[in-house]
Design a protein around this ligand. Structure first.
Ligand SMILES: [Zn+2]
Length: 416
């Protein structure tokens, strides 16, 4: 935090930690009236006029009274050095799914929201000022150019200005969301700003600027294998299909600060294993549905291309179909711990997927593994039983608090 000269001071103040006493030489002090220094307690009885040493003390409040500053703050106006993509956890009504009318302003709506706060003595009494906010993320797809925000003076002549609450989002649909409280994307006062993990958010007002990170809190690595239907045959999906789907997974998991890393995508023939026959159009994952026992054909694939015997890593197999019991219409299957019997423990943390073209299926199956839980009844949740076919603010893409703490507690999510 740097300060700039204001009332009474000519010259530059250093960087001061609030609540500490300092001794400093000022070149000139042109306003020796302590009443113009709200909150300051001068320890000398006489005001210096030039080149003298003065001791003074101040606390956070008084410090900011004479130093222009800009910062990101939370609901309680406590400073934030890092920001996070919002989870919209309390944003929704269900049946049917809709965003609550007051979002994001109700008291419990969105605890990931933040504000831009400016202290500018020179603007005391202005009522409003205009600052700007923008984001910069790795690559270019998730950059949000600087957008103006109107900040309102918190009390008459306070010189303290606060924005409306703001939220970070990880995808275009959320960035474009509007309601009675949120204006159109990238117009004056826009409250939703797109960013990717590892990016930064910058707010600026005149000469003051503040930057906050959007940190990676954990990382999960997946290894992807696309299987052909027979030796030299047709791959279940294209590499491009896989890349598109996993880019969306990264958007989903930015909500919880988890970087989803695709270690590699390989295309393979079916393994030379009598248990495996993909020429019949599918891989059997359970001989008896709901038995919790992984079928031999699925085990054959994991044994060949996965890491059976250990579940320290995650493999994702794209196959031409999935069959559970008599049902050959399955589009995705997570070999999750909660579902499978302990006898199957050495096969968990694998996923089978098909060419089912759905934006949320991939992240859904990964969440079965990482949160280690069954479907959510919430219609906005990434684990809702029927993943949305298109993206929108009400799509099945949210990860709730309990799921996110389970994900962060999972050994497959590396924290450093
Ligand atoms: Zn599911």
């Amino acid at each position: 935090m740097s300060s700039s000269p204001h009332i009474g001071l000519v010259g530059t103040l250093g960087d001061y930690a609030p609540g500490t006493q300092y001794t400093e030489t000022f070149p000139t002090m042109d306003d020796p009236d302590a009443t113009n220094w709200p909150g300051c307690t001068f320890l000398t009885s006489e005001m210096p006029t030039s080149n003298q040493t003065v001791k003074y003390s101040f606390n956070t409040t008084s410090y900011y009274h004479f130093a222009s500053a800009i910062e990101f703050v939370d609901d309680n106006e406590s400073p934030l050095s890092n920001l996070k993509v919002s989870q919209w956890v309390y944003a929704f009504e269900n049946n049917p799914c809709s965003v609550k009318a007051a979002f994001p302003d109700a008291s419990d709506d969105e605890t990931d929201r933040f504000y831009v706060k400016v202290r500018s003595p020179e603007d005391e009494g202005a009522g409003t000022i205009t600052a700007a906010i923008g984001t910069d993320s790795p690559g270019t797809a998730y950059d949000d150019s600087a957008t103006n925000l109107e900040l309102t003076e918190t009390a008459t002549n306070s010189g303290v200005f606060l924005s409306e609450s703001l939220i970070l989002v990880s995808n275009e649909a959320d960035d474009n969301f509007t309601n009675a409280n949120i204006v159109a994307d990238d117009t004056l006062g826009d409250r939703t700003h797109i960013v990717a993990l590892g990016g930064t958010v910058t707010a600026a007002y005149q000469g003051n600027k503040v930057e906050a990170g959007v940190p990676v809190l954990g990382a999960v690595t997946v290894n992807i294998v696309i299987l052909r239907d027979e030796v030299g045959g047709t791959p279940a999906v294209s590499t491009n299909f896989v890349e598109q789907k996993w880019a969306l997974v990264s958007e989903n998991y930015a909500q919880v600060g988890v970087d989803v890393i695709v270690a590699g995508i390989s295309t393979e023939d079916p393994p030379d294993d009598e248990r495996v026959d993909l020429s019949d159009g599918n891989v059997l994952v359970e001989t008896n549905a709901l038995s919790g026992i992984l079928a031999a054909e699925a085990k054959g694939i994991i044994d060949a291309y996965g890491t059976a015997g250990t579940n320290v890593d995650i493999h994702v197999f794209y196959v031409n179909g999935i069959k559970r019991g008599d049902n050959d219409g399955i589009v995705g299957c997570a070999v999750a711990d909660y579902y499978h019997r302990s006898s199957e423990d050495s096969y968990i943390y694998n996923i089978f997927l098909t060419d089912y073209d759905n934006p949320f299926m991939t992240g859904h199956e990964l969440l079965h593994l990482l949160a280690d839980e069954y479907h959510s009844a919430r219609q906005e949740n990434l684990l809702y039983e029927t993943p949305s076919s298109t993206d929108s603010e009400t799509a099945t893409k949210r990860i709730d608090w309990i799921q996110s703490s389970k994900v962060m507690g999972n050994d497959h999510v590396k924290k450093d």
